[in-house]
Design a protein around this ligand. Sequence first.
Ligand code: NAD
Ligand code: UDP
Length: 352
Amino acid sequence: MSGMRKNKPKTVLVAGGAGFVGSHLCDALLAEGHAVICVDSFLTGAVENVAALENHPRFRLVEHDICQPLRIRERVDEIFNLACAASPPRYQADPAHTLMTSVVGTANLLELAEKNGATFLQASTSEVYGDPQEHPQKESYRGHVNCTGPRACYDEGKRAAETLCFDFLRAGRVDARVTRIFNTYGPRMQSDDGRIVSNFIIQALHGKPLTIYGTGEQTRSFCYVSDLIAGLLALMRVKPNPRTPVNLGNPGEFTVLELAQLVLEHIPTGSPLQYVPLPEDDPQRRRPDISRARALLDWEPKVPLEEGLVRTIEWFSAFEDRNKPRRGKRRTVARGARPSRQGAREYQHVSG
Ligand code: NAD
Ligand code: UDP
């Protein structure tokens, strides 16, 4: 188990570090003075999320699919496992690979943590509660997941990954921690990955209809990314290990229609609403009970939805402007694509 002192610079591996959340985590760790090894297959991440870090002396990018065992030359003190497509259309594009990423990939990273005596944090999800029959969701709730449905590759993979973490922890093999993350949004979400916040902002910026799945009465609770990062760092560092999953999310609960209205208030392009069928197994209500995070980590979110949404809209507007004249050069590996050397080449291209 890790015996690092609190403020000593560490070597931290972030799997999924080129993704939306992972790239913000890399930034935060570098700002704290740590060395960061970002491991990513570029399945849903973007080279541009970490391009600014390329010349940072404490940053190293390793293109790798965590389904394959991983050898790292440095001694690693902490491992954050964020590697997994998170948007429903993306994780359903290659469901077997999604499941294997959570199961085989997490096992590979736990073994690396064991070899290094590194502390391990697993990014689990509110999806382990499925379409919940208890509301709000406490960590003690065991969930309501359809294990044969289209979301199961993600939900069941994440549930199995939690199991692995607690097995390694109980056996004294790894100081493993598990957080269940609720819907998080902010700059660097992929504009085309199908999640609600990015969809609505992009649709509104282009004056296109906002796609409301089902009636729009279903709810989600939206956490701004900086709040999540603070929670991830707190859970990684808290002593002793809580030995229990910890919800991280913003308890403010909104219907899909309320979110659409808020986006349209800030992007008044006159976009209409377009109702389309609800995807199968789409959870109807979701709100975290965060009393455990408050008690154990002294953590709670600080950024209200409207403020976070404005920041995100500003980022997407600037992103759209920046990318207009060279739209074809956006560096994202295609949806559902198998990991390849392409990401590494692109990284060289961007950095050159
Ligand atoms: P994201 O898709 O932007 O990032 C995931 C990253 O993992 C990408 O860079 C992707 O290329 C990489 N990846 C995927 N499979 C991989 C593999 N087999 N090997 C190596 N890299 C791989 O998603 P995100 O929103 O940043 O989510 C990060 C983590 O947090 C995920 O594990 C997700 O399940 C979890 N999470 C996120 C949310 C949210 O709302 N953002 C909610 C719950 C849980
Ligand atoms: N949703 C929607 N329109 C969209 C995208 C999503 O109405 O363009 C709905 C979706 O059906 C779900 C909620 O918004 O009820 C959140 O969807 P998202 O894919 O962002 O996250 P998840 O379902 O994984 O919570």
